[in-house]
Design a protein around this ligand. Structure first.
Ligand code: SF4
Length: 235
């Protein structure tokens, strides 16, 4: 695995430290990277923000970019976490036009379902239990699958773990990822939550705060009717 990887959106105006490997294709597993195109374990968008906006001198930029990687690394190493496992079976939904789907190789190890993009009304769940609401010619179907390949996936698809877009990462990589994930999917959860001080938990008389639910970009925090927060471990 490559520990520190950098994906150059544009030509670099200065070098990076030797510990940071510049990668233009996502064929190797990466630990910390500035771009989701490299499929890293830790995505660090602040590196791009810093590069774009910093008025520091070039030597300072080189040093500070390295520090940004180190900060992510230190947080990961020292974070409290619990380890979880989830079973991912072989149910696969492929979403795309006929021409796109025909470009995929044989996927005989999967139970495959197909849908046109315009049939998808809603998605819930996460890898291992992705729930799609499909509306085909005014007939609604609820379909649960483990993963999905979605050509030209819209933004809402990225709110759930378990969906890959071959238009973004290439067919070969997309197929490799979904095959690799079958079996037991292991992950760590870094959430530390104290319901005793949460201003939503069991505040049944008046809902006082749901700020984390409102701002979470991946639907990983939701609230239920019991006035409790529900955390997804994988989104
Ligand atoms: S609802 Fe979320 S943001 Fe508000 S107090 Fe509870 S944990 Fe914090």
């Amino acid at each position: 695995m490559i520990d520190y990887a950098f994906y150059p959106e544009n030509e670099l105006e200065f070098p990076l430290k030797d510990d940071i490997k510049i990668l233009s294709n996502p064929n190797e597993q990466t630990f910390i990277a500035n771009s989701q195109k490299l499929n890293p374990i830790i995505y660090a968008p602040e590196i791009n923000f810093y590069m774009k906006n910093s008025k520091d001198t070039i030597p300072s930029k080189i040093e500070n970019i390295y520090i940004l990687y180190k900060i992510r690394d230190t947080i990961y190493e020292n974070a409290k976490y619990n380890e979880y496992q989830k079973n991912v079976n072989n149910r696969l939904l492929i979403i795309g036009t006929k021409e796109k789907i025909e470009k995929l190789p044989e996927l005989e190890e999967f139970d495959i379902y197909y849908s046109l993009p315009e049939w998808i009304e809603n998605i819930k769940g996460t890898i291992g239990n992705l729930n799609f609401l499909i509306n085909k010619e005014d007939t609604e179907i609820e379909l649960e699958v483990d993963q999905a390949i979605w050509f030209k996936a819209p933004q809402k698809a990225y709110l759930q773990a378990g969906i890959v877009d071959p238009e973004k990462i290439g067919i070969e990589k997309a197929v490799e990822i979904i095959k690799r994930r079958i079996g037991t999917y292991e992950y760590k959860n870094y959430i530390t939550y104290d319901k005793n001080i949460c201003q939503f938990h069991k505040r049944v008389l008046k809902e006082t705060c749901t700020n984390c639910v409102d701002v979470c970009p991946t639907n990983a925090i939701t609230k239920n009717d019991e006035f409790e927060l529900v955390f997804s471990h994988t989104d």
